[in-house]
Design a protein around this ligand. Sequence first.
Ligand SMILES: Nc1ncnc2c1ncn2[C@@H]1O[C@H](COP(=O)(O)OP(=O)(O)OP(=O)(O)O)[C@@H](O)[C@H]1O
Length: 361
Amino acid sequence: MSFQLNSISLLQFKNYTNRSFLFPKKVVAICGKNGVGKTNILDAIYYLCFTKSYFSNTDMVNVQQGARGFRIDGVFEQNGHTESAACILRETGKKEFSVNGELYDKFSKHIGRYPCVIIAPDDAVLITGSSEERRGFMDALLSQLDPEYLRQLILYNKLLQQRNSFLKAAAESGSLDESLLAVLDEQLVPAGNFIFNKRRDAMVAFLPRVKRMYTEIAQREEHLSLLYESRLLEAGFDELLKAARQKDLVLQRTTLGIHRDDITLQLGNQPFKNIASQGQRKSLLFALKLTELELLAAEKKFTPLLLLDDVFEKLDEDRISSLLAQVCTGMDGQVFITDTNKERVLQHMQAIDVEVHLVEL
Ligand SMILES: Nc1ncnc2c1ncn2[C@@H]1O[C@H](COP(=O)(O)OP(=O)(O)OP(=O)(O)O)[C@@H](O)[C@H]1O
């Protein structure tokens, strides 16, 4: 099966007033000086896959300055069959998303239909940042694999917020309605267990593959260890909530649950981020994201779009070559690459004998 984005049109989106781009090949290089809008094209593609921006949580910041709304249209092709997707931010601030003219009532239903993996410079926070980043990574992977995962996650987060507000109100008023807390917990537990089971099962298969991919990219054996960490591995969520109830009441928030999960990354017996070089961090970032791509490809039976934003800065030439060979010839999906240096991309592509469509900005 094949999957690709044939074209995109941007209306009042960031620096684009009204512009269309064709993507007739499997490898698309988007080149131009700093600030010309290369990343903005990738973000528009990301919008069509995830109904939101990769870089900002508020849609309004993506409206062209001086305008009141934006529109992104894209034509996707899957096995010779085309579909048109549209994301419109109305002047009222209301967002609409449709495929072939059919509006979604819930955007979460769209996630996974056009699978996509992005690697951007700031993604190093996946390795150096807090556990929230790594939970976000697991969630992006699992939500694209299973719509029920995303539904349960949305539910869990809503219930968690309710429980936290309840704990706060109880602490402030000095009186606790035990039965109401029990009702909240009864709802939180199945959603938490669902997410925990999915994460645990996926990570058992996923993390050893990341390690193998890292070794391939780094081109040497290193004592890397990646572990899924959750307190739910030790005891049932139900029990954990009960045991932590007093602490939760004092701290006025839910201290245990899948919202505290993490993936620990170690090199030798040190935290990876403390001792890894920039190159090693970048290799691990690629390993995580490319393994995500492989897993999605295996499940979907076609390769997701891969968006590579400025990723080749600070990597040595050999590593750039081997990574490009891996993503442009080793995998059969469509790849979008941004770079300020057109010659560099073209030379690398020529070296691996890959045809490239150049978008020059
Ligand atoms: N809402 C907006 N309205 C108008 N212009 C915007 C808006 N948001 C961003 N821009 C412009 O988009 C440009 C940045 O685009 P982008 O990040 O895609 O650049 P880039 O080509 O990827 O640059 P670099 O090579 O530095 O990463 C800036 O010139 C910025 O002013």
